[in-house]
Design a protein around this ligand. Structure first.
Ligand SMILES: Cc1ncc(C[n+]2csc(CCOP(=O)(O)OP(=O)(O)O)c2C)c(N)n1
Length: 607
């Protein structure tokens, strides 16, 4: 969905049914609950929550991209302080960034309902790590609700705001990739506007300090106890008693797989994993002969159930790595002796082709990293489309840790005295604004000798092309202040700053060498819009003139997917040809071809 989709009337005055993804349903639930502020930093699989909220009327909800997840949560907390219902959304690793604020807020409590929609990525489809957000819920002593499908995503989000205000606590609604991105028929309802709850002018409750936290610590543990009772009695937690030989405790999307695989088993479907509804679990366990826990990722419930002295099986049969599925849950029950093995599925006649991830044809990052190829430079990388430059043939990135790490890593390399090569930190525009700026200040402050290559493609390409402060447009497409990177870097204390065109390979090469010779922090801004966003760029394609290719294969070092092997050979080596459907005419290949073989225009035009 485009973040700049025109606002249409998405309100419903009566109940009706709509096809919504889990993320759209979370947005809907928040809107129905009367949310008036929502903030997020994009990240798969959570991005569409805010994009969906931005399609609701402006007068209902202020929806914004924040510069990072901690800022997003702080913004939501600010709204909550003023009595507004507020939503913050992030992917699981985004909660790492926001965790500091979350833990404090748990102690402070909330005024207006405060809900965090956190989407985990089991299977690491598009993330740095595999993490189970439920562990954060426990750490922060805040409840976590785990919907199983899009309908529940809506209802649980609505309930989360009530829960938040009833118990004065932030509430996490946890989704996972499969739920966030699956579309289903969802019954929607009208919006419930909330009465104003003015700011409580009580600094002794609003300002965190040791005396407050010491006072609050026993209170939040009492809140935990009360929430445990709520989780055991809410209709969102339900027992489906059937064949009592097998009882399964499950939560979230795992419930759907259990139902598919064991339709007649007895099930305790929990509304969430923390605080755990222990009384409901004890009652359920007493009614079944053999107890299983089926949950995605960590043995979070299982460990607690065992600690309660109940015999239960879980991760011995159901994987702790990656996503659950109907297939692997079925296999687990086969291994546990509950189900008979099925005849193996017929083999697929030909296996699907493995397609390694590649940068797009004409991606400006290709030019930037082409200038950094070779063994004579140490290159730290960061998170974004450009992380793919670590792969062959560019192979121009040595390290990558987490968002914003590239500059700090480079500072450490420089100041350790253990690295002799010039050090270049490479970082995308959104990532720079997210977490790179403090590290740049650190580099200048501590007199590191590093070059920072800022890859300005004017968008958050990795997550589908969102706006950020460098684009000068908001989530709703309004024009706003646009960050001036040169002025920003200068304000951080950088004096050596150059701007290059990412497609100009010679200039990139030359400027980066000069930057590396500079003694101190140098910044090179590599500037070209992403070829997909905000509009798909389609220039005149190139082709290779007949017999011009000598199979030197220099152009193949670009890793541009529009350059493909030809069946024609020259001196035993494959020649190259252009996939004209992919080529956007960036002309980077033209600059590396020693025989000037590339010709503008579709093939056949030179014959
Ligand atoms: C903590 C965290 N938040 C969000 C993400 C999702 N994410 C991955 S890369 C990225 C930013 C990419 O934008 P940019 O740095 O501009 O590089 P581009 O992809 O445009 O090349 C985001 C938001 C993440 N991986 N980790």
């Amino acid at each position: 969905m485009s973040s700049r989709a025109a606002t249409r009337d998405v309100r419903a005055t009566t109940h009706d049914v709509r096809p919504l993804t889990g993320n759209e349903a979370i947005a809907r639930g928040a809107w129905e609950a009367g949310v008036t502020l929502a903030s997020a930093y994009p990240g798969t699989p959570s991005t569409e929550i805010l994009e969906a909220l931005a399609t609701y009327p402006r007068e209902d909800v202020h929806a914004q991209w924040s510069t990072n997840e901690k800022v997003a949560l702080d913004v939501a907390i600010g709204a909550s302080y003023c009595g507004a219902r507020a939503l913050m959304a992030a992917k699981h690793v985004g909660l790492n960034v926001a965790a500091d604020a979350l833990l404090s807020q748990s102690y402070l409590g909330v005024h207006g309902g405060l809900v965090l929609a956190i989407c985990d990525d089991p299977g690491i489809h598009s993330s740095q790590t595999e993490q189970d957000t439920r562990l954060y819920a426990h750490l922060a002593v805040v409840p976590v609700l785990e919907p199983a499908d899009a309908q529940e995503a809506l209802e649980y989000t609505r309930a989360a705001f009530e829960l938040s205000e009833t118990f004065a606590t932030p509430v996490i609604v946890r989704s996972t990739t499969r739920l966030s991105h699956t579309r289903a028929a969802v019954r929607v309802g009208p919006r419930h506007t909330q009465p104003a709850r003015p700011f409580r002018d009580e600094p002794e409750r609003n300002v965190i300090m040791p005396s407050l936290s010491r006072r609050q610590r026993p209170r939040i543990l009492e809140r935990e106890r009360q929430l445990e009772t709520w989780f055991g009695t809410t209709p969102l937690t339900r027992v489906e008693l059937d064949d009592t030989r097998i009882g399964v405790i499950t939560v979230g999307i795992a419930y759907v797989y259990v139902k598919e695989v064991l339709p007649t088993a007895s099930i305790l479907k929990l509304a969430g994993s923390y605080p755990l509804a222990r009384d409901a679990i004890r009652d359920f366990a007493a009614q079944v002969d053999r107890l299983f826990v089926v949950e995605e990722l960590e043995p979070f419930i299982e460990t607690e159930v065992r600690a309660m002295g109940l015999a239960a099986d879980g991760k011995a049969f159901f994987t702790r790595i990656g996503e659950l599925s109907a297939e692997n849950v079925r296999e687990g029950f086969v291994r546990a002796g509950v189900l008979e093995p099925r005849a193996p599925a017929p083999a697929v006649p030909f296996p699907p082709l493995v397609r390694p991830p590649v940068l797009c044809a004409g991606c400006p990052h290709i030019g930037s990293y082409h200038a950094l190829r070779g063994d004579d430079i140490r290159v730290t990388g960061d998170i974004g489309c450009y992380t793919l430059a670590a792969l062959k043939p560019l192979a121009a990135m040595d390290t990558c840790v987490s968002m914003g790490s590239s500059i700090g890593n480079a500072v450490g390399m420089s100041l350790s005295g253990a690295e002799r090569k010039p050090i270049v930190a490479t970082i995308g525009d959104s990532t720079f604004l997210h977490g790179g700026i403090p590290a740049l200040i650190d580099a200048v402050y501590n007199r590191a000798n590093v070059t920072v290559l800022l890859l300005d493609n004017h968008t958050v390409a990795m997550t589908g092309g969102q706006d950020h402060p460098g684009t000068g447009r908001t989530l709703r497409g309004d024009t706003t202040h646009q960050i001036d990177y040169e002025a920003l870097c200068r304000a951080c204390g950088v004096t050596w700053i150059r701007r290059i065109d990412s497609y100009d390979l010679a200039a990139g090469h030359q400027t980066l060498r000069e930057a590396m010779e500079y003694d101190g922090v140098a910044v090179v801004i590599s500037d070209r819009p992403c070829v997909l966003d905000p509009v798909r760029i389609r220039g005149t394609p190139f082709h290779i003139a007949a017999d011009a290719c000598t199979a030197c294969q220099s152009c193949m070092n670009l890793g541009c997917p529009a350059l493909i092997w030809s069946d024609d050979m020259h001196e035993g080596r494959h020649k190259v040809r252009v996939d004209e459907a992919l080529c956007i005419g960036c002309a980077m290949c033209v600059q590396v071809c020693p025989t000037d073989g590339f010709v503008a225009g579709a093939s056949g035009t030179d014959r």
